[in-house]
Design a protein. Structure first.
Length: 349
């Protein structure tokens, strides 16, 4: 026979099991249908203060929405234009020097292959073992290119999602408040208030998570660019941007850029250059790993331990995309547990 003290525990465990199952069902089968509108909602939330400011200055509501959208696009184009100008200059220089670099790499590779052949005959090393070592880098590059080809194959679908999101942003900014009032008026007052609290907590946590991830990518890109500049790299900005983009892929980041580059320098006999590159990678990695748990936890209200746990579980359940899905799920569970079931905040930062 259950004791009275066990009943609340059973109810809490049942509530947690229900919320976890509901979250899994959402990401597994429903998220793909609401994703464009979620993106639109976040963009609209970012532009809403601009629209309100313009409306306060006497601009009509529809005109204020268009001005905010155009201003946002213009800001993005200006930033991208500056980056493209710098990157284009570095790529132009690289294009002129590339034949020289290729010749140096080929000479170093031929010399290394000659050394390996001499070692094989001297120590009786088997050819299959040496071939496996020589082609390990090629297999890594092949796997990376295969992953990038999968991403490229999803570009048409991504373009459609962004088009739907862009149209949805306009309608959310124009009619969002009226639609929310109509929806809440059809619900009991208590339910409506809880839904408003749930929306506020989920939106706040999600925006905080996105800000944290954007800041971490910026740390990777900026830190790599500064580190490469300090060791005298001519293409620090381009390579820093590449490291930042690779940081969007879980467990890669600057490692996928610097480790092959360091191995190439070792083959060319530049041990000091390879050591400098590895020091840059180590400094960036340590900075990011030190900042990440507390930054994400501070932005989302989650304890750093649960942030790490959510990332691990998300990747185990959903693959690489779980790197983002996991923390967002933790934000959703935190909001749902406190708002819908009044459960205690066990994982607050």
């Amino acid at each position: 026979m259950a004791t009275p003290g066990m009943v609340p525990v059973f109810r809490r465990l049942t509530a947690w099991a229900f919320l976890i199952a509901l979250t899994y069902v959402f990401w597994k089968w429903l998220a793909v249908y609401v994703f464009p509108f979620g993106i639109a909602g976040l963009i609209a939330l970012a532009l809403e203060p601009v629209v309100e400011r313009l409306t306060g200055w006497g601009v009509s509501h529809v005109a204020a929405i268009w001005l905010a959208l155009l201003g946002g696009l213009l800001s993005v184009f200006v930033v991208l234009g500056l980056l493209i100008t710098i990157v284009a200059a570095e790529l132009a220089h690289l294009a002129g020097r590339l034949p020289v670099y290729v010749g140096q790499w080929q000479t170093a590779l031929d010399r290394t292959l000659g050394h390996l052949a001499a070692w094989r005959s001297r120590f009786g090393l088997s050819s299959p073992l040496l071939n496996a070592e020589l082609h390990s880098g090629a297999r890594f590059v092949e796997g990376l290119l295969r992953h990038l080809s999968v991403v490229a194959g999803q570009l048409p679908s991504t373009f459609m999602v962004m088009m739907v999101a862009a149209v949805a942003v306009f309608f959310i900014l124009r009619d969002g408040k009226a639609l929310r009032r109509q929806g809440l008026s059809a619900l009991p007052e208590g339910v409506g208030n809880r839904l408003l609290r749930l929306q506020a907590e989920v939106v706040t946590g999600t925006i905080g998570l996105l800000k944290a991830q954007l800041f971490l990518v910026t740390i990777t890109a900026t830190g790599t660019a500064i580190g490469l500049s300090l060791i005298g790299s001519r293409y620090a900005v381009v390579l820093g941007l590449v490291a930042g983009l690779l940081d969007l892929i879980p467990f890669l980041g600057p490692t996928a850029l610097i480790v092959p580059w360091s191995l190439l320098l070792v083959v060319m006999g530049d041990m000091l250059g390879a050591a400098k590159l590895l020091l840059v990678m180590l400094a960036v990695a340590l900075t990011r790993q030190t900042v990440e748990p507390r930054l994400v936890g501070g932005q989302t209200g989650l304890h750093p331990l649960f942030v790490l746990l959510s990332v691990y579980v998300g990747i185990r359940l959903f693959g690489p995309i779980g790197f983002v899905v996991g923390p967002i799920s933790a934000v959703m569970l935190k909001a749902e547990s406190s708002v819908l079931f009044d459960l205690p905040p066990l994982w607050r930062a």
